[in-house]
Design a protein around this ligand. Structure first.
Ligand code: RB5
Length: 153
């Protein structure tokens, strides 16, 4: 089945959005734009929430969230249980967060990384499968240990 991505930004991530959409489509994936539709000032938590909820509703899908640094929008997305939003900076971090963290949202900063790195991160994120095993235990602890206060040992 064709992998689906949802994308959202704030005003500081808006300019690169068209390039990101083209990149995802060129890799053969579908991408759904959750806004905003202009670079008018918006609050990144609103768009983080939109994208997080869309990813959770659509099993197996991924998200891409962009703000100026990638920091605010990733922090906001990670407040939604079930979301593992990874702020990435290069091929290595984008690949490792899929392998070890089963990240479901790729975040980055438009003011931090250039288009070459962005394209490389998207490909690495989309094409890398979660390794499971000991990493699955740790990912479960993020959800049920950190989010709900359970002591899983
Ligand atoms: C907007 O100016 C900026 O604060 C935002 O895009 C982001 O970088 C916050 O973390």
């Amino acid at each position: 089945m064709k992998k689906r991505f949802y994308i959202a930004t704030d005003h500081a991530g808006f300019a690169v959005k068209a390039f990101v959409k083209e990149t995802v489509e060129a890799l053969g994936y579908e991408i759904i734009d959750l806004g905003p539709e202009s670079d008018d000032r918006v609050d990144y938590p609103d768009y983080a929430k939109k994208c997080a909820e869309a990813v959770l509703k659509d099993e197996g899908s991924f998200g891409i969230l962009i703000c100026g640094t990638g920091i605010g929008i990733s922090i906001a997305a990670n407040k939604v249980p079930g979301i593992r939003a990874a702020l990435c900076h290069d091929h290595y971090t984008a690949m490792m967060t899929r392998l070890h963290n089963d990240a479901n949202i790729l975040c980055f900063g438009e003011r931090v990384v250039g288009k070459g790195v962005i394209a490389d991160m998207i490909k690495a994120f989309a094409e890398t499968e979660f390794e499971g095993g000991r990493h699955a235990t740790r990912v479960a602890k993020i959800e049920y240990g950190c989010s709900y206060g359970a002591d899983l040992g």
